[in-house]
Write a new protein. Structure first.
Length: 151
């Protein structure tokens, strides 16, 4: 007969094995998004995040410039929406995969940005397969930037 201790150890072993093989799903990554209520491309970017395993908490904010000033988003990297994930700022139509890389690699940066609203970005592109033709920048609080990814 199986002891209680043996049962608990067996269940724990199955759970650990399942995590290693991937059958236990990871919890969605929380991200807080600030956008204008009327911005359709921002809503499409939020949909992109959701489809890629993020759990956006969306705040409609009509005074985005004030919010960006308060958060310390440098003017040269600004776009239409701003997000917070972990200790980082995300500015504009940054692909979910780049946000995941940021969270995994943890570089010394204030955040990632796609300045302006390039046509080939998530939320701006006609489809996921049409995403491309833009650069994602890592930025510092002083406004300095470096290339993070090219799509």
């Amino acid at each position: 007969m199986l002891s209680r201790r043996g049962f608990v150890a067996g269940v724990a072993g199955l759970f650990i094995a399942g995590r290693r093989t991937g059958w236990a799903a990871a919890a969605p990554t929380a991200i807080t998004v600030y956008k204008s209520r009327s911005c359709g491309c921002c809503a499409k970017w939020v949909d992109h995040l959701t489809s890629q395993g993020f759990k956006p908490l969306v705040h409609d904010e009509e005074e985005m410039d004030r919010l960006k000033d308060e958060l310390g988003v440098p003017k040269p990297v600004r776009s239409c929406h701003t997000a917070l994930v972990g200790e980082y700022l995300i500015e504009g139509h940054v692909p979910a995969a780049d946000i995941r890389k940021l969270l995994s690699d943890r570089p010394k940066a204030r955040g990632l940005a796609v300045p302006g609203m390039p046509a080939g970005t998530p939320g701006m592109a006609e489809s996921e397969s049409a995403i491309g033709g833009f650069e994602v920048l890592a930025f510092q609080s002083d406004g300095s930037t470096r290339s993070f990814a090219r799509h």
